[in-house]
Design a protein around this ligand. Sequence first.
Ligand SMILES: *Cc1c(COP(=O)(O)O)cnc(C)c1O
Length: 406
Amino acid sequence: MATQQDAVTRANFDEVILPIYAPAEFIPVKGKGSRVWDQQGKEYVDFAGGIAVTALGHCHPALVETLKTQGETLWHISNVFTNEPALRLARKLIDATFAERVVFMNSGTEANETAFKLARFYASTRHSPYKTKIIAFHNSFHGRSLFTVTVGGQPKYSDGFGPKPADIIHVPFNDLHAVKAVMDDHTCAVVVEPIQGEGGVTAATPEFLQGLRELCDQHNALLVFDEVQCGMGRSGDLFAYMHYGVTPDILTSAKALGGGFPISAMLTTNEIASVFHAGSHGSTYGGNPLACAVAGTAFDIINTPEVLNGVNARRQLFVKHLQQIGEKYQLFSEIRGMGLLVGAELAAPLKGRARDFLYAAADAGVMVLNAGPDVMRFAPSLVIDEQDIDEGMRRFASAVEKVVNG
Ligand SMILES: *Cc1c(COP(=O)(O)O)cnc(C)c1O
């Protein structure tokens, strides 16, 4: 019988876990700030942040303190009751944003599922049962449930799972003319990531988001911003919509929201929320006190000038290093993104090799990400130290050297 102390190895993964991931050969066992250690005691600089999740680094003392305190107080109570941490966190999000109503879920997928269901329900309640069209974008990513993966703009992730939710249409990102061509009064929502994350770290242009806002207003459609990856400080503002000055009707947040503890939120207005009633939607774990308490502490730290202003200073350091490494090896054709969501597109001869660089980087002691086969992605802690950036980039440069020079 397996015990908590049994030795486990990477080989066990292939025996016991569904083969939906291809994890690295080493197993991380410990993290502190922007450093991580594996089973062998090898140390890594973390430029991945658990895919834009651990926004305050690993085991931030304030988050650990809240986790311990709440863990000894109340973990779960069900939505038959409400709880103090959820009410406090909702108040913080409302005070800091356009929103008047919040609901908590457990993952980005669930927050988006909630958003898309609400948009459809709002349209059918307030307008017409035939107002069901959702406009979304090529290369977008909105989660892995059948609805969210179908709204996502990569058919390879939704093919093969049987009939898909209908009346979802995809057009090119940052192409307002393409949206105009398909927009009509039958449209209930336009769904967009202000900065596409998985799709290649591409920021929307201000004109694009502004244009979407106007089109939605003209056609009584809701504008839904998926800020699961780009929100909670990553852009340098609390939410990316603030940077653009374009206010959505519905916004989703997850990843950094709990600083590593699973939680997500969907934010909206009183008017839109009012079409739902008790029983319209729900989640067993959504809004549990443990997750909301940790997220509340993460929110208090992230939503400060100190942390938010530090994001762009750190970005500059990342970009400076990437430009230097890029020039030396003719590595990148473009460095883009916003704040601490940094994308570096591989130049033509190296296209398709992002995973090679990712694995070589891990060998050299730095965790980085890719966003598709052609883009290196960096989504570190928002409070990563300058020394960690310098050291991680030194290791990344040595990995690049190995890949490029064979
Ligand atoms: C990661 C991500 C999701 C999905 O979140 P999960 O927590 O994995 O369900 C949705 N939208 C965007 C933009 C994301 O980056």
